[in-house]
Design a protein around this ligand. Sequence first.
Ligand SMILES: Nc1ncnc2c1ncn2[C@@H]1O[C@H](COP(=O)(O)OP(=O)(O)O)[C@@H](O)[C@H]1O
Ligand SMILES: [Mg+2]
Length: 268
Amino acid sequence: MKVLLCGLIKGGCGKTTTSVLVAKQLAERGFKILYIDFDSQMNGTEFIALNSSVEPSAYLEKNIFKAIQEESLKENIIMLDDKIHIIAGSSWINQFELLMNQKKVKDRHLYIRRLLGELVKQKDYDFCILDMSPSLSALNTSVQAAASHHIVTTESGYFSLKKVPEYINSIQSLQKRYNVPSTILGISICLLDSRAAFEKKVVATLKQNFNGLVFETIVRRKALLKSYTATGYPVKKYKKDIVALAEYSALTDEILVRLKMKNNKVGV
Ligand SMILES: Nc1ncnc2c1ncn2[C@@H]1O[C@H](COP(=O)(O)OP(=O)(O)O)[C@@H](O)[C@H]1O
Ligand SMILES: [Mg+2]
């Protein structure tokens, strides 16, 4: 099981949108996904579960806070359909440090990785996709350390750009200090306003500084993609949906190439 984290310590740069749309795209290619929402805002949970038969009240019974409290991810899984299962977010997740204190956990940066270990061994899923909040917290360090593969997700604006090296350093320091094995799969640029000359410069700078790491596919700002957060991922796709999702489809293909995985698992 590959554990993917779309991360950056910055809000509004497309982390949740990328994690949900890549999860949906991978599921359409036949892969089995577990999506875990570590953000107390629960945007990823709401987005991914729209158009499913699961009622939001289900998240009160099973969620990531309970999973940590009860030390069982498995017991807190909610099945959206046969390909996508989730562990819903919880507004209580910000109490992570308190829970760690109560449980007297010393190496809390490795806690989520250990918790995921059971699922990694059981091989029920091809991918586990994690969504994180933008803060630098003990929880997010633990989420970062749980990932096997990082997709650094940045918006094309200056403030996000500045956060990219800082975020990459934080991953590398986890790799070095605590011997946490992981791979930085790539940098994904989202929310590009293709008419702005400044944004083109930002892309060029990123490509210059992180040669080879930046995904070729750049996701442009599109009103239809934004509207999916209210209407849900389209079950039946019209031409306009296929056009709107084309970049996320191409990004997913690039991710699979970098992972050296076959694009369509069905029939393999
Ligand atoms: N490619 C896109 N086109 C239009 N709107 C987008 C796009 N990607 C994200 N958004 C919108 O931008 C806002 C921030 O995106 P989000 O994925 O929630 O970022 P983050 O999780 O990093 O805070 C949301 O309102 C989302 O719907
Ligand atoms: Mg988010």
